[in-house]
Ligand binder design. Structure first.
Ligand code: S3P
Length: 440
């Protein structure tokens, strides 16, 4: 059902919140637990639409899950069935809107003894899959998408095949592609080696190590040995998602008098590009207490943000991959920063849940911002005065949350239509926002 969010200017953000669990890590935890020997307790699991779609797919392949609430956190128990324990699903697997699930799962299914079809919602059906199909085919996979304009799109049909290891030089900076190949590598007889252009988020490598996979990381090279069982570590703790925390970090940095603490924010070095950029913009971000719970392979800490005067930055193509999911909210920060912000070489933003260059330029312009795109670059002249407007989500969760933050600083009322897509990663966004503002 179509939902509408209405936002008005607030005076400040104050108080303490807990960052919602990390989506990338939660999705990997589902998949690796399902393929492992033994039972895994996933503590602080993110109960969102993308994760529910991943669970449904594995349920249809015989994996048993139990979701409970313990100590105010969602806990997911997964009974693994071993590397070759998935059963042929009775019908096609519907992945909804989740690009991570579709691309990682395709790597797993390429190694199965049965045939599967992965279907998607309208948005994911328009997202490019050749980036995973090409390397999987090189490994011997029989995988077919819908061909259009030299690209391939979902639904994906994956037939039984024998996978062999490859050496693959990534031409695209994508953790989903890297993870897909690593997962297919689990089913190939021998060592699969990947060379990245630059280090993308490494949750797969870290978690596979936790599951005792034979995986090695040396600089930009990752190698994995196939045909070895994964062993459940028993318990995994999922830290908070810096990409979700980013909306509150920007809001508190921008709104005078604000001071908030966000607890247990994931600070994996491959994900903190956004914080580096915020600091370069002169944001006042302090790392407080470091986390000391389970699996410290994913570091996290409490962070404190106080309002300050932000300055414009230039973000080059090399940095884009380190803050890809936070670039839209950086655009909002840039509207209020002093000077001209340039984001150069952001073509990957065009193939997210929506074309995020288009959604941000269109929505922010409607509010009166001075923002334009030239090809895949963004130029934002700061110190804008924004006014409330009627905006659209374009079916994209991060676009909704960005526009909500912009609405907190705008005159009048900001209306965001079709905002139900927020459930994809952060169903509690409005509840948490209300808890640290005067919004009711
Ligand atoms: C993700 C990787 C990134 C990111 C996405 C989640 C992951 O996508 O944008 O939200 O979980 O591996 P790409 O691999 O396409 O850059």
């Amino acid at each position: 059902m179509a939902k509408q969010i209405k936002i008005k200017r607030i005076s400040k953000l104050t108080g303490q919140i807990i960052a919602p669990a990390d989506k990338s890590i939660s999705q990997r935890a589902i998949m690796f637990s399902a393929l492992a020997q033994g039972k895994t307790k996933i503590i602080n699991f993110l109960d969102c639409a993308d994760c529910r779609n991943a669970i449904s797919a594995f349920k249809a392949m015989g994996i048993k899950f139990k979701k409970t609430q313990e100590d105010n956190q969602t806990v997911l128990y997964v009974q693994g069935n071993g590397l070759h324990g998935l059963k042929a699903p009775k019908k096609s697997l519907y992945i909804g809107n989740s690009g991570t699930t579709m691309r990682l799962l395709a790597g797993i299914l390429a190694g199965m003894e049965f045939e599967t079809v992965l279907t998607a919602d309208l948005s994911l059906s328009k997202r490019p899959m050749k980036r995973i199909i090409d390397p999987l085919r090189e490994m011997g996979a029989k995988i077919f998408g819908i061909k259009r304009n030299q690209q391939e799109y979902p639904p994906l049909k994956i037939n039984k095949s024998d996978l062999h290891p490859i050496k693959y030089k990534m031409l695209i900076k994508s953790a989903q592609v890297k993870s897909c190949i690593l997962l297919a590598g689990l089913f190939a007889n021998g060592k699969t080696i990947i060379k990245e252009l630059l280090k993308t988020r490494d949750h797969t490598e870290r978690m596979l190590q936790l599951f005792k996979a034979d995986i090695k990381v040396e600089g930009l090279n990752v190698s994995i040995k196939g045909n070895q069982e994964l062993i459940s570590p028993g318990k995994i703790f999922i830290p908070g998602d810096i990409s979700s925390a980013a909306f509150f970090i920007v809001a508190a940095a921008l709104i005078k008098g604000s001071k908030i603490t966000i607890k247990q924010v994931g600070l994996n070095p491959s994900r903190v590009g956004f914080l580096d950029i915020m600091r370069r913009m002169q944001a006042d971000v302090k790392i407080l207490k470091k986390g000391a719970k389970l699996n410290l392979s994913e570091p996290y800490a409490d962070i404190q943000i106080s309002a300050s005067k932000l300055k414009a930055v230039t973000i080059g193509p090399k940095e884009v991959a380190y803050c890809i999911d936070e670039l839209p909210i950086i655009c909002v920060a840039a509207c209020f920063a002093q000077g001209t912000t340039k984001i150069v070489g952001a073509s990957e933003l065009r193939v997210k849940e929506t074309d995020r260059i288009y959604s941000m330029v269109t929505n922010l312009k409607k509010m009166g911002a001075n923002i334009k795109s030239i090809k895949d670059d963004l130029i934002i002249i700061g110190n804008s005065k924004l006014s409330g407007a009627v905006l659209d989500s374009y079916g994209d969760h991060r676009t909704v949350m960005c526009m909500a933050v912009a609405g907190l600083l705008a005159d009048g009322i900001t209306v965001i239509n079709n905002s139900e897509c927020i459930d994809k990663s952060f169903p509690e966004f409005m509840k948490i926002l209300k808890s640290i503002t005067e919004l009711t």
